[in-house]
Ligand binder design. Structure first.
Ligand code: ZN
Length: 209
C-alpha cells in the first residue's frame, strides 16, 4: 500500500527539521491522504508510536482562519511529533468530510445561528462525515499497531480501535480559543464530546472550570 517515501525538510517554529512524507495507493476512497513521519530514537521495549490523525482544513491549516482551531492544533501536533518522534496522518476529508464548498455553505448557516453540526445536517449531511477506516489502514501499512493518540476527539479513538489499532493512551491538545471560534469550540465540546476546557468569557482558556 505504501507508494512513495520521500525525505522533506519542513518548517517547525523557526527551524527546518527532517521528516519523511509518505503516499499510499490502494485506498478505497481514492483520496490523497499522506503520512508525515518524524523519526526519533525509540526508548523502551516496543513503545507506542505518537500519532496525530488530522483532517484537512484548508481555511484553518493554510490560512489560519479565526473560525476554527484546526491550524493551531496542527502546529501543536507537529511540534510534539518533531520533539518526540511519531507520525502525522493528514486526511483529505475537508469540512468534517463534506468538502470545502459545502463547508463554506455551512459557514453561511452558522452565521444565521446554527451550530457547526446542525449546519451540516441542514445541508443534508451527517453531523460528522469523517471516516477513519483508512487512517487505520495507513497505520497498518506503516507497521504501526500500538499508538498514543494526540486528540480531544473520542470518535477517533473509537474508530481506530474498532479497526484493530491499539490506542494505549491519548494526549489532549491545548484549547486554542479565539473570539471568533468560541461557538464552534462549544459545539465540539457539548455535541461532539470533545475534551475541551473552555472559558466563560470567550477570550482566554479557563483554568478553573
Ligand atoms: Zn478548521
Amino acid at each position: 500500500m505504501l507508494a512513495i517515501r520521500q525525505s522533506v525538510d519542513i518548517k517547525v517554529g523557526q527551524q527546518q527539521v527532517p521528516a519523511e512524507i509518505i503516499s499510499f495507493d490502494g485506498l478505497e476512497s481514492g483520496k490523497e491522504h499522506v503520512a508525515l513521519r518524524f523519526n526519533r530514537a525509540e526508548t523502551g521495549d516496543n513503545p507506542p508510536t505518537l500519532v496525530r490523525v488530522h483532517s484537512e482544513c484548508l481555511t484553518g491549516d493554510i490560512f489560519h482562519s479565526s473560525r476554527c482551531d484546526c491550524g493551531e492544533q496542527l502546529n501543536e501536533a507537529i511540534n510534539r511529533l518533531d520533539q518526540f518522534g511519531g507520525v502525522l496522518l493528514y486526511m483529505r476529508q475537508e469540512g468534517r468530510g463534506i468538502g470545502l464548498y459545502n463547508k463554506l455553505d455551512a459557514y453561511v448557516l452558522q452565521d444565521q445561528g446554527l451550530d457547526t453540526y446542525a449546519a451540516n445536517v441542514e445541508l443534508g449531511f451527517a453531523e460528522d462525515s469523517r471516516d477513519f477506516t483508512e487512517a487505520a489502514e495507513m497505520l497498518k501499512a506503516l507497521n504501526i499497531q500500538k499508538v498514543e493518540l494526540i486528540t480531544n476527539n473520542p470518535r477517533k479513538t473509537q474508530q481506530l480501535s474498532a479497526h484493530g489499532i491499539d490506542v494505549v493512551a491519548t494526549q489532549n491538545t491545548a484549547v486554542h480559543q479565539k473570539s471568533d471560534n468560541v461557538g464552534y469550540l462549544k459545539a465540539k465540546q457539548s455535541l461532539g464530546q470533545h475534551e475541551l476546557n473552555l472559558s466563560h468569557d470567550g477570550e482566554q482558556p479557563c483554568q478553573n472550570c
